[in-house]
Design a binder for this molecule. Structure first.
Ligand code: G16
Length: 540
């Protein structure tokens, strides 16, 4: 096998964000750009050499050439075997599972998650470690440092062709092995071991559901699990064929991009349950008939009903939520008596707690929910968890939510996103707000205000600057943070939360309840004045 050392010059914009390096396709397709970043991974993680690594992604535009390039780099850097999902399309949680069951040294995921795809869309590369979860911050920082001084990469000459990467099988290319695996079966078996497929299947005989894969990587797994194993009619499995551009839409299962599904559920012919997952299959959307379930509420409901799930029959070790996620989970933990952790945004903080056996369930307000079965959030897992609860309790989504609020009170929550802001304006808004925080305490019923810092209960490591928190009396919170996943300008996220345990409030409109807080947040941070935006671009 011929390995060439190709000289290169560093790029200065390869700092990984919350979830790997995410850039527009046109940035990734510059000569040497992908090669440099991937070589930086191999330089920082020498243990991949001589070992097995997993490669897969959500199949978005630019994945095919990227898979071939990464195979050549892997061979050039001495990797022994690459386990590649057939056709390169596999959901993120299924990659996590493949890394774990094959005891691989790590894995690379080619995804920009819920960001749009296609030639004008986004692409991304994420590195996961041997535990199956996103590599820790210190590894990502070292990779970034490496990208700034890299001078060459190692590329092997391999006899690759598109057809050989489509079908399961083992190819030995002069000592470098490519094992093409079916992306669905192992994951489907894992799901079947977690949940009670018997009662779900029985419930599905008398109830109707809709599932929307949004042309992302979950489609084939949904067809196998929901269709073949649980008997859902193919007509009720929407957009399950993965497309490179996700059909021209953002594969983000929120109320904006999955509006069709939402409208259907609010209409007269709504089925009993609807769900969607995103481009790489780690996020989820849950909607009942006339009943949208917010991600923060969904996490709390899953935790409160864990005893109905075979995998959690012995109870939960603990739970965790990201700081901007509503404190609905904390209320369940307090009442049911399990530990609850608050972490910065990003799944890697949960992975650490999962590895340390501290938690069994975790989630984020951004529609990511997961358990201890893998080290990534898992869209289909959340959907099956809900179906298992519905089958066990037979209350319907609305009934489950009403019962939840009656037991724990209601935590109203919303996220307001201001997208593609001028980066300087966004950073100075945050810096100026931070300066005013100490003086806010005591005003407007505010009891505390700080820039959130997390100390890991496992390693003791401290992570600072994770978002500005303003906490009020009577269970209100306003959180401000800048996104780490956007690719154009800066995205300001404002998270609003209000708790009530007055049953007369449970049916109120979320936006009306949060309106006074939204107004106060705008006044305190000067959002509309500084950004010129009268309202957020997206409310979820
Ligand atoms: C967003 C969400 C986070 C999530 C991250 C990565 O980050 O707000 O909760 O952890 O995306 O998610 P995914 O793996 O689905 O891309 P940010 O920094 O943009 O707020």
């Amino acid at each position: 096998m011929l390995v060439q050392t190709i000289e290169t010059t560093p790029f200065d914009d390869q700092q990984p964000g919350t979830s790997g390096l995410r850039k527009q396709v046109k940035v990734f397709s510059q000569p040497h750009y992908l090669e440099n970043f991937v070589q930086a991974i191999f330089n920082v993680v020498p243990e991949l050499s001589g070992q097995t690594m997993v490669l897969g992604g959500d199949g978005r535009y630019f994945s095919k050439p990227a898979v071939e390039t990464i195979l050549r780099l892997a061979a050039g850097n001495g990797v022994k075997r690459v386990i590649l999902a057939a056709g390169g399309v596999i959901a993120t949680p299924a990659v996590s599972h493949l890394i774990r069951i094959n005891k691989a040294a790590g894995g690379m995921l080619l995804t920009a998650s819920h960001n749009p795809g296609g030639p004008d869309g986004d692409f991304g590369v994420k590195y996961n470690a041997a535990d199956g979860g996103s590599a820790p911050g210190k590894v990502m920082n070292a990779i970034y440092a490496e990208t700034k001084k890299l001078s060459a990469y190692k590329l092997a000459d391999l006899p690759l062709n598109a057809a050989m990467l489509e079908e399961p099988g083992l190819h030995d290319l002069g000592g470098f092995e490519i094992e093409i695996v079916d992306p669905v079966t192992a994951y489907a078996d894992l799901m079947q071991a977690q949940f009670d497929f018997k009662i779900i299947g029985k419930w599905l005989k008398t109830h109707s559901i809709l599932f929307d894969a949004m042309h992302g990587a979950t489609g084939p797994a949904a067809v196998e699990i929901l269709g073949n194993r649980l008997g859902v009619d193919a007509a009720h499995l929407m957009r399950c064929n993965p497309l490179e551009d996700f059909g021209g839409q953002s594969p983000d299962p929120n109320l904006v991009h999955a509006k069709q599904l939402y409208d259907r559920m609010m209409g007269p012919d709504a089925p009993d349950f609807a769900a969607a997952s995103d481009g790489d299959g780690d996020r989820n959307l849950i909607i009942g008939r006339n009943c949208y379930v917010s991600p923060s509420d969904s996490l709390a409901v899953l935790a409160a009903n864990a005893k109905f799930i075979p995998a959690f029959a012995n109870g939960l070790k603990g739970g965790a939520r990201s700081m901007p996620t509503s404190s609905a989970l904390d209320r369940v933990a307090e009442k049911l008596g399990f530990d609850c952790y608050e972490t910065p945004t990003g799944w890697k903080y949960f992975s650490e707690l999962l590895e340390a056996n501290r938690i069994s369930i975790c989630g984020e307000e951004s529609a990511g929910t997961g358990g201890d079965h893998v080290r990534e959030k898992d869209g289909l897992w959340a959907v099956l968890f809900w179906l298992n609860i519905l089958a066990a309790r037979d209350l319907g989504v609305e009934g489950v939510m009403a019962d939840h609020f009656a037991s724990f009170g209601r935590t109203f929550h919303r996220r307001h996103d201001y997208e593609a802001l001028d980066t300087d304006i966004a950073h100075s808004l945050m810096a100026d707000l931070e300066k005013t925080l100490p003086a806010l305490i005591g005003q407007h019923d505010i009891i505390s205000a700080d820039n959130y810092a997390y100390q890991s209960p496992v390693s003791g490591a401290v992570t600072k600057g994770q978002g500005l928190r303003i906490i009020g009396k009577n269970g209100s919170r306003m959180i401000f943070r800048l996104s780490g996943t956007g690719t154009t300008g800066a995205t300001l996220r404002l998270y609003l939360e209000q708790y009530s345990n007055d049953p007369a409030h449970y049916g109120l409109d979320v936006d009306e309840v949060l309106q006074p807080l939204a107004k106060l947040a705008d006044e305190l941070a000067g959002i509309s004045v500084r950004t010129g935006r009268a309202k957020p671009d997206v409310i979820t």
